[in-house]
Design a protein around this ligand. Structure first.
Ligand SMILES: CC(C)(COP(=O)(O)OP(=O)(O)OC[C@H]1O[C@@H](n2cnc3c(N)ncnc32)[C@H](O)[C@@H]1OP(=O)(O)O)[C@@H](O)C(=O)NCCC(=O)NCCS
Length: 261
């Protein structure tokens, strides 16, 4: 569903990247999703994006070995700032991010939960005022040799499921499973510090539709169909959970598979 309100320019910010999509979580509360391209100026020009970055982001952009990766980073962060600024009626360059203990960015006092994911020349951002969000996007890499990873990142049940498939189907399933897990790792803010093999997917056929562990009250997992990226093969999942008062992340202790306190 399009969200026309999000497409209206405000203050000095131009249009956010399009299209904006509103999905609903299990409790019918909105999470806004944005898709943006990083390899051309269709969603943001490099010049505009560069203007918004702070010193730390400029430094990170300079550290990339390849120009293309540096430019992708600049556009991703420029777009993220523009989207968030529009929500908060602020200037993109005025936003001051803080990082959680494992690097998850947040905006203190904003009341917004947001999360960005980028893969190759594509990026997505999810944001919500009522839910905590985690999102992951992966462009499928036909040459990526994922076999050695399977025992490290999947449970036995998940591996059995994968082992029933071969070729392109197996590759697709690998990305679907991995992306769903990573969206949860990002929701918690722990990232890879939440061991992927401690997460177990609930499957509806071949599609992840939830988690059997860790169990977090009110958590939802949704497959996201990134329509603007129809020119590539990808997997994308969004996880949401109730917001916890005075916390920027959903509480799971690294290495545990217990429900949050
Ligand atoms: C978070 C993580 C899973 C990202 O994996 P990825 O597939 O390479 O990247 P994605 O494109 O999906 O997401 C990257 C974005 O997620 C956000 N992010 C960074 N750390 C995050 C975390 N711990 N939790 C949630 N989101 C995070 C940022 O916006 C980041 O964008 P940026 O790198 O351009 O700033 C991985 O980098 C990780 O585990 N990091 C933790 C590292 C750590 O422990 N750091 C501690 C010292 S800060």
């Amino acid at each position: 569903m399009d969200s026309p309100a999000l497409l209206r320019p405000r203050a000095a910010s131009n249009l956010p990247v399009q299209p904006a999509t509103v999905v609903e979580d299990a409790l019918n509360r909105p999470v806004r999703l944005f898709c943006f391209h990083l390899d051309d100026d269709s969603d943001i020009s490099l010049t505009e994006a560069r203007r918004y970055l702070d010193r730390d982001e400029r430094q990170r952009a300079r550290a990339f070995v390849s120009n293309r990766d540096g430019e992708r980073f600049i556009r991703a962060h420029g777009c993220l700032r523009r989207i968030l600024a529009l929500q908060l009626n602020r200037e993109p360059a005025a936003l001051e991010f803080r990082l959680g203990p494992y690097g998850r960015p947040y905006l203190p006092g904003s009341g917004l939960s947001f999360n960005m994911s980028h893969s190759e020349g594509y990026a997505v951002c999810a944001l919500s005022r009522s839910r905590s969000v985690g999102i992951d996007l992966e462009i499928h890499q036909p040459a990526f040799c994922f076999g050695p990873l399977l025992s490290m990142v999947f449970t036995e049940t998940e591996r059995n499921h994968l082992n029933e498939k071969s070729g392109a189907e197996r590759r697709k399933l690998f990305y679907e499973f991995w992306t769903a897990k990573e969206a949860l790792m990002k929701l918690t803010g722990l990232g890879l510090n939440l061991a992927p093999d401690t997460i177990e997917l609930l499957l509806a056929g071949d599609r992840p539709c939830g988690f059997t562990r860790p169990l977090i009250d009110g958590m939802t997992l949704q497959h996201i169909d990134c329509a603007p990226f129809a020119d590539t093969t990808l997997s994308c999942y969004l996880v949401t959970a109730p917001r916890q008062r005075n916390r920027n992340i959903v509480g799971i202790t690294a290495g545990s598979n217990q429900a949050p306190q």
